[in-house]
Design a protein around this ligand. Sequence first.
Ligand SMILES: [Zn+2]
Ligand SMILES: [Zn+2]
Length: 104
Amino acid sequence: MFCPKCKSMLVLNRATGQRECKRPNCNHSESKGETKITSREIEKKEMVVTEGLEGTLPTAKIICEKCDHNEATWVIRQTRAADEPSTRIYQCTNAKCKHKWREY
Ligand SMILES: [Zn+2]
Ligand SMILES: [Zn+2]
């Protein structure tokens, strides 16, 4: 077992059952058998994929500004920044139009 931070050998601490990095300025330690979720995996979970789900999307009675069709599907686009509000994206259900716009 090697430290994932600094790649030096981890030492098993028999008192705590944890493997610890003895390198100064690192002090990384991990429990036996614990699987750490990397930040990369967390990022994937935060991404909200809402496109490509046509047919299962909710619809709203709203006038398309391009073709005057009165129905559109909508999805919520959640931005990654927590302080920004989520945006509702509409798409015209008229197959010849499929105009997309966002709610302001
Ligand atoms: Zn280390
Ligand atoms: Zn339209």
